[in-house]
Structures are given as structure tokens and as C-alpha cells.
Design a binder for this molecule. Structure first.
Ligand SMILES: Cc1cc2nc3c(=O)[nH]c(=O)nc-3n(C[C@H](O)[C@H](O)[C@H](O)COP(=O)(O)O)c2cc1C
Length: 194
């Protein structure tokens, strides 16, 4: 069982990374193989809408998105963790999602199955962190994730994601025991759900 965590925050050791690490540690504690990709550390571009993948299902941009595709296809559980920037996902996380247009093309244009290398059911989950407490803080992001998980053939793990509000300064999440425990519970569930 491979649980893959994708860090959307560009802030090293920030609130999101602390929560993602808590989730992945709990998944590993529950017997899964946990892997993490820090998107900020990779050199890759957003989708350029060249439409090459519409004919082949394969992205023709050559950059470090290659390792992301490899893990997305190998993983059984996909966990995206990201802060909210301007009411949506930061560029790093959104660029990864946009580059998954090739999987959308595989599914909807070429009618191919997702090239999952494992045999377990695939689930997707999300951990979000925002500095404000706005009611609509996650509305756009939840929609984006819904369509992302659909394109990569990952069912939502639960009806609700871990959505943290009112956490802004680096490290402030440490004072939110509830958020750390919620992230750990999510990690365990990712590892254990059949
Ligand atoms: C460019 C930028 C845009 C942001 N936009 C929002 C926003 O729209 N809503 C919000 O609640 N917080 C916003 N924030 C605050 C972050 O979500 C918050 O600081 C969060 O804790 C960062 O998580 P991190 O430590 O993992 O990077 C923004 C922060 C930055 C740097």
C-alpha cells in the first residue's frame, strides 16, 4: 500500500508540511509505505495546452513532472496538502493538477483506464490550511480537487477533507492539536481503508 503525499506549500517546514508529515507518519505507522514529493523543489511548468496528450494520453513537456507522474501511477492513495493562496491552490499545486490533463485525455478522449500499477482501490484526500476563517475559503479548491481526483481515478476517501482555518504564521499549526490529530487520523485511514 503506497500512500503518496504531494506538498503544495512552497514554505519549507510550514503549517502544511507539518500536517502532511503527521499524516504520512501515521500512514507509515499503520503499515503503509509513505512517500512525499515537495512540489516546490521540482523544476516543472504548468500545462501549455499544446493538446499533444489529446492524441496520445502522454504529456510531451520534458521536465521534472516526470517523477510526479511516476508516483501518481504507482501510488494507491493520493494525499494533496496545500495552503490556500488567494482563495485557491498555490501555483505549485495547481501546476501539478493542470499537468494531469493527460490523464483527463486518457479517460475522456481516449477512453483508457488510468495506468495504476497497484491493485488496491485508489483513494484521494486533501489537507488544507488557510490564514483566514472565511466560510467560502475552500469552495473553489474543493471543486478543483473533485475534478483532479476524477481525472486520476481516485475516489474521495471521505466526504470531508481536513480543512484548517485561521492558521497563518509559520509553525502556528503546532498549537492546533486538533488539526494534527485530524491529519494523523486521515493518514491512518488512508493506510487502512480497503
Ligand atoms: C500569496 C499568499 C496568498 C494567501 N492567500 C490566502 C487566502 O486567500 N486566504 C487565506 O485564508 N489565507 C491566505 N494566505 C495565508 C496562508 O494560507 C497561511 O499563511 C498558511 O498558514 C500557509 O501555510 P504554509 O505555512 O504551509 O505555507 C495566503 C498566503 C500567501 C503567502
Amino acid at each position: 500500500m503506497i500512500v503518496a503525499g504531494f506538498l503544495g506549500s512552497p514554505r519549507q517546514g510550514g503549517n502544511t508540511e507539518i500536517l502532511l508529515d503527521a499524516a504520512l507518519a501515521a500512514a507509515a505507522g499503520a503499515g503503509a509505505e509513505a512517500e512525499k514529493i515537495r512540489l516546490w523543489a521540482l523544476d516543472f511548468s504548468g500545462c501549455i495546452e499544446c493538446e499533444d496528450c489529446y492524441a496520445t494520453g502522454v504529456c510531451t513537456q520534458e521536465d521534472e513532472m516526470e517523477g510526479v507522474y511516476e508516483l501518481l501511477e504507482r501510488a494507491d492513495r493520493i494525499l494533496v496538502a496545500s495552503p490556500i493562496f488567494f482563495m485557491g491552490l498555490p501555483a505549485q499545486a495547481k501546476a501539478m493538477i493542470d499537468r494531469c490533463q493527460c490523464y483527463w485525455a486518457q479517460k475522456y478522449l481516449l477512453e483508457e483506464d488510468f495506468p495504476h500499477q497497484g491493485s488496491a482501490r485508489r483513494y484521494g484526500a486533501f489537507i488544507g490550511v488557510g490564514g483566514t476563517r472565511g466560510e467560502k475559503l475552500y469552495d473553489g479548491t474543493i471543486l478543483t480537487l473533485k475534478y483532479f481526483f476524477d481525472a486520476i481515478a481516485a475516489e474521495p476517501l471521505t466526504n470531508e477533507y481536513v480543512l484548517v482555518r485561521g492558521v497563518d504564521d509559520k509553525g502556528d499549526i503546532e498549537d492546533h492539536a486538533g488539526a494534527l490529530e485530524a491529519a494523523a487520523s486521515l493518514g491512518r485511514l488512508l493506510a487502512e481503508k480497503e
